[in-house]
Design a protein around this ligand. Structure first.
Ligand SMILES: *Cc1c(COP(=O)(O)O)cnc(C)c1O
Length: 452
């Protein structure tokens, strides 16, 4: 393969040419060079989905070192909702970079952190008095939500659900359901973590939301007991577990049971939050008001930031010094978050997520009608997936899923798979993607399905 003489592009953002453009095979020679260095320098446990070396991204594309321009249907796992190098984010972070980069908020506070907390208190569901605390990663925020719930209730047990994903730290590995690759060999896991059955309409024989809630609550009451239970944690739409949307009524019934039993209801909105599902938070679709909401991913345009937001009496129960961390609510990340939230608001990106959802659902349902291997299409807003199955038995087809994803990758489309059975293709485009790119990307996926 000859080295293609493409200048290395360094400026990203929405002004990048918005097109799918392949000038080499994927991976091209420059990407291969980086991957060879990665294999020598980076631990194997840190995998990668696409064999490319990224040099720029923005709008709806990712550009690699060989000059290929790929359609981004993943947003770095639901992070860059406002697009990569979004102009307001670049401007705000650059200004902050020139003022100060770190003081540690718990040593000497600054306004950005407080402003992000105020914004989170305003935007998260419910009009009760709220407080927020900021952290770095989704997993760290989940851990802190559990700490806070335990401190407040003076109870210890935590219930998570089948197919749950809450992170890779010790406590969050325990909360996460899937063994390989997240847990196997990494134990022992934290104690007092229990698992309840979810509502999974495509695979639970059509239980109603209310019936699935009765089943879950029965398991919780029989195997844990409300008197021992500090918190129930759930993703309103499961992310990594397969974009599972619980049947209507499931989440409200669980919330109601929590209220009646002094159990803290924690919504893990790390993947579903910030405009992604066509609302600020996915809890809104079911009209639920969580006691604590955990956010991260879409919060800060790609800078590392996460948060726990919730009822003041719960959040304030921890003693001063009990919550925090060196970098939590870093000034650059806070500047990015404020600019990101302003971008969602001023650019109408919640509405845009709904429009993207209509295109995704429309196209994927057409595929399902034509091809019985597409067993289910589900999701809300710009968080949509298709589950691939053996048409005869309905059994999950992970091999087909990998083949379709691989076809998309080598034809310039970034798609991600997920699901306990590895048979779900998920679509999480940046909300700045054009319809043209989105439709082109979906056509490539459809071709991949035909070829497989
Ligand atoms: C990604 C994710 C996490 C973990 O976030 P990290 O920032 O990777 O630690 C937790 N919960 C959900 C629902 C997620 O999607």
């Amino acid at each position: 393969m000859t080295l293609v003489d493409t200048p290395v592009i360094t400026a990203g953002g929405p002004s990048l040419t918005q097109e799918r453009r392949l000038v080499t095979a994927i991976p091209g020679p420059r990407s291969q060079e980086l991957l060879a260095r990665k294999a020598e320098a980076v631990a194997s446990g840190v995998g990668h989905t696409l064999p490319i070396s990224v040099v720029a991204a923005g709008g709806g594309v990712i550009v690699d070192a060989d000059g290929n321009s790929l359609i981004d249907l993943g947003s770095g796992i639901a992070v860059t909702g406002v697009g990569n190098s979004a102009p307001r984010v670049v401007e705000a972070v650059t200004a902050q970079l020139h003022s100060f980069t770190h003081t540690c908020f718990t040593v000497s506070p600054y306004e950005g952190y407080v402003a992000v907390a105020e914004k989170l208190n305003e935007l998260t569901p419910g009009d009760h008095v709220k407080r927020s605390a900021l952290f770095n990663s989704g997993a760290e925020a989940v851990e802190n939500a559990v700490k806070i719930a335990r401190h407040f209730t003076k109870k210890q047990a935590v219930v998570a659900f089948d197919h749950a994903y809450h992170g890779r730290t010790n406590l969050t590995m325990g909360l996460t359901a899937k063994n390989i690759p997240y847990k196997s060999g990494f134990g022992p896991f934290a104690s007092e973590v229990y698992r309840a059955p979810l509502s999974y309409p495509f695979r639970d024989g059509g239980l109603s939301g209310a019936e699935a809630a009765v089943r879950a609550i029965s398991v919780i009451e029989k195997q844990v007991g409300a008197e021992n239970l500090a918190a129930i944690i759930i993703e309103p739409i499961q992310g990594e577990g397969g974009f599972i949307v619980p049947a209507a009524g499931f989440l409200p019934a669980i919330v109601e049971w929590c209220r009646a039993n002094d159990v803290v209801f924690i919504a893990d909105e790390v993947q579903t939050g910030f405009a992604r599902t066509g609302a600020w938070f996915a809890s809104e679709h079911e009209g639920i008001v969580p006691d604590l909401v955990v956010t991260a991913k879409g919060i800060a345009g790609g800078l590392p930031l996460s948060a726990v937001t919730g009822r003041a009496e719960i959040m304030d129960s921890a003693m001063a010094g009990g919550l925090g961390g060196t970098y939590g609510g870093n000034p650059l990340a806070c500047a990015a978050a404020l600019a990101t939230i302003e971008t969602y608001e001023d650019d109408g990106l919640i509405d845009r997520a709904r429009e993207i959802g209509a295109v995704l659902i429309g196209r994927l349902n057409a595929l399902r009608t034509a091809d019985p291997r597409v067993g289910d299409v589900r999701g809300r807003g710009a968080m949509v997936a298709m589950e691939l199955v053996d048409p005869a038995s309905g059994a999950p087809d992970a091999a087909l899923t990998s083949a379709v994803a691989a076809y998309a990758h080598s034809n310039g489309v970034v798609v991600l798979t997920c699901g306990t059975y590895g048979n779900v293709i998920r679509f999480l485009p940046p909300l700045t993607i054009s319809d043209e790119l989105l439709i082109d990307g979906l056509s490539v996926v459809a071709e991949g399905l035909k070829h497989a």
